[in-house]
Design a protein. Structure first.
Length: 238
């Protein structure tokens, strides 16, 4: 039985990904801050889920919580990080910016570093994490979120290079969604918003094929190409 941890399984993409993997007969460790939502998911198929409620922004507890969850699972083949925080904040209010940094930078780093060390010792494994197309360039609507997603992309590329250099059998998959129909994709300017089941299905397909980078849905690869080509002096005035 394949053993998987999905961090951020209380809602949205993470919850749907956990459901699909459980339906495939995997043993899925599910985490998140809201214990009652994890319990609801666990009750759908008690033999397929192992739940552990914790917050990745509590950096000091990340390692012990993950080790305890892996012990309950009896091993680990794939860690998929879907936990994240993003909020429009053109006013630059301190709390949203700091929470994005604490979750999407510090928490992210604590999780993927632990997973890399674990898989290095085990000599195989896969780390998949959800970044965002927002990380390709800065974004005036949500500065900390776009910057943190850029950090995620660069960090995963660094881990991929590190695994190659050390000749490790560790696959790193960077998942870059555009707009997905979740609470984080709200407000004006939202387009090509994908239903959560469609996005989750494409994510799982790419993860199972052990791709390095995947855009969700696939059409967002075109947007990514255009965004990268816009000259800086023009982009900053859009």
């Amino acid at each position: 039985m394949r053993k998987i941890i999905v961090l951020g399984a209380t809602s949205g993409i993470g919850r749907e990904v956990a459901r699909i993997y459980a339906g495939k007969g995997c043993l899925v460790g599910i985490t998140g801050r809201r214990q009652e939502l994890l319990h609801e998911l666990e009750q759908e198929s008690p033999d397929c889920y192992v739940a552990a409620s914790f917050d990745i922004s509590d950096i000091a507890s990340v390692e012990s919580n993950l080790e305890a969850l892996v012990s309950r699972l009896g091993g680990l083949d794939l860690l998929l990080l879907s936990s994240g925080y993003g909020k429009r904040n053109s006013e630059l209010l301190p709390e949203p910016e700091q929470l994005a940094i604490k979750t999407d930078v510090a928490g992210f780093t604590a999780v993927v570093d632990w997973a890399f060390r674990y898989f290095k010792q085990q000599q195989h494994g896969q780390i998949a994490a959800i970044s965002s197309i927002a990380g390709l360039r800065g974004n005036r609507f949500s500065p900390a979120y776009s910057a943190s997603k850029s950090y995620n992309m660069t960090y995963m590329q660094s881990l991929r290079q590190l695994a190659h250099h050390q000749k490790l059998n560790i696959q790193i998959t960077d998942i870059r969604p555009g707009f997905v129909d979740t609470c984080m994709a709200q407000g004006e300017g939202v387009f090509w918003s994908a239903p959560v089941p469609k996005a989750a299905g494409q994510i799982i397909k790419a993860v199972d094929k052990q791709k390095d980078i995947v855009y969700v849905t696939k059409r967002w690869r075109l947007i990514a190409m255009v965004v990268k080509l816009i000259p800086r002096v023009i982009f900053e005035r859009i």
